[in-house]
Design a protein around this ligand. Structure first.
Ligand SMILES: *Cc1c(COP(=O)(O)O)cnc(C)c1O
Length: 394
């Protein structure tokens, strides 16, 4: 794992986690679909819940381990656990770390499952106390800390408003108070942001998005210190059982080779489209941290590298149904959830979202979350433009 750490990110994206297969000489490590591995002569003293050696694929499989090696390297962390989805990584981390009576602070803008887990499930079932905070406001974070605060969980840029939180400063607040910081890095990917280098204790990634990048496999990862991740492996992976399939780990390994190339194109395309959308008379607002007028721009410039990610949100000066007609008129951009795929995806998030009260005013009339793909940017702008016209918006 450490042998590549002096190399550039792009070189590690190609080589980390891969080696020549000793048995066949193949220059790509193979897919190992077996559920079980051969036992030693006397297995009776084995710990059947161990995640250390090769025993049973739920306790850890070969392809999962190769991918863990690569992701630890790309995020600049000591260790990594890869699980079946981004949500498995989030819930696995929370389950392993939190006990009854602990307090958690989390961003008001997060992936929906984080809101559900921390706002409804962990507090109702396990009496974990939780506080929702606008973590783009450092004073609000400071004010929310209690003596039993165990974890601060932030997402930056946040899904779906793209709000930006200061990783370095929040890490300081957490550590001054004996708490840990986890950062959901899915929107930026390690190509554009490395939270561990900024002081975070954990990075969580939905591999389903940019790291796989091709919209054909699900996975999630937690990157951090070995002492913490050993607990995640023992408690969440082996006993909750959200293990990734070897085939999905292999697909994500393959997709991640081109992460730097794809991500640079996503970053470039999204900025160009955000600038173009801002100029359209029918557009009510554009939320993208790369825009100079964006509230999070200065902090994003400080902590993001190589660009500002491939997702933006925008609103239309139009009624509910006009939003749907606009989407119907798009021909290249696909209406679907998820993000970070090679193709552009758009989703209309209506005015009835239960978390509306946590979002800035401009989001209250409904808006689009737009995951800008790696297609030719002029074709994408042309698609948006013809759809505005054919919907009668301009
Ligand atoms: C999609 C997403 C997740 C969840 O990942 P899955 O792989 O869908 O389980 C978590 N966080 C963010 C920011 C996401 O966009």
């Amino acid at each position: 794992m450490s042998q590549h750490n002096n190399l550039d990110f792009s070189t590690r994206a190609v080589h980390s986690g891969n080696e020549i297969d000793k048995e066949t000489g193949a220059i790509r490590r193979p897919i190992t679909m077996a559920n079980s591995y051969a036992l030693p002569y006397d297995p009776t003293d084995m710990n059947w819940s161990s995640a250390d050696g090769n025993l049973y694929t739920r306790n850890g499989g070969a392809n999962q381990k190769y991918l863990q090696e690569k992701l630890a390297s790309l995020e600049g962390g000591e260790d990594c656990v890869v699980l079946a989805s981004g949500v498995a990584a989030l819930s696995g981390l929370f389950f392993s770390l939190l006990r009854t009576g602990d307090h958690v602070i989390f961003s008001s803008v997060t992936y929906i499952a984080v809101y559900r887990l921390l706002n409804e499930l962990f507090n109702n079932k396990f009496k974990v106390k939780t506080t929702i905070v606008d973590t783009s406001d450092l004073e609000a974070v400071r004010a929310a800390v209690k003596s039993n605060t165990k974890l601060i969980h932030i997402e930056t840029p946040g899904n779906p408003t793209l709000s930006v939180s200061d990783i370095e400063e929040i890490a300081k607040i957490a550590h001054e108070n004996g708490a840990l910081l986890s950062v959901d890095n899915t929107f930026a990917s390690p190509y554009s942001q490395r939270p561990i280098e900024l002081g975070a204790d954990f990075v969580v990634e939905s591999l389903t998005k940019y790291i796989n990048g091709h919209g054909d496999a699900m996975g999630g990862a937690i990157i951090g210190k070995k002492e913490h991740l050993d607990i995640v492996r023992a408690q969440a992976q082996v006993n909750l059982g959200a293990t990734i399939s070897p085939f999905n780990a292999w697909l994500i390994m393959r997709g991640s080779v081109t992460l730097p190339l794809r991500m640079q194109r996503h970053n470039d395309n999204a900025l160009k489209i955000a600038l173009w959308l801002e100029k359209q008379p029918c557009v009510s607002f554009v939320a993208y941290p790369g825009l100079e007028g964006n509230n999070g721009h200065e902090i994003a410039k400080k902590q993001m590298i190589n660009g500002f990610g491939g997702v933006l949100s925008f609103g239309l000066k139009a009624d509910h149904d006009t939003h749907n007609r606009f989407v119907q008129n798009l021909s290249i951009i696909t209406s679907a959830v998820s993000l970070g795929h090679d193709e552009s995806l758009i989703v209309f998030l209506g005015e009835n979202d239960e978390r509306q009260y946590l979002y800035p005013e401009e989001f209250h009339n409904g808006f689009f979350r737009f995951s800008v793909g790696i297609e030719d940017v002029n074709d994408l702008i042309e698609d948006l433009s013809q759809a505005f016209q054919n919907t009668g918006l301009q």
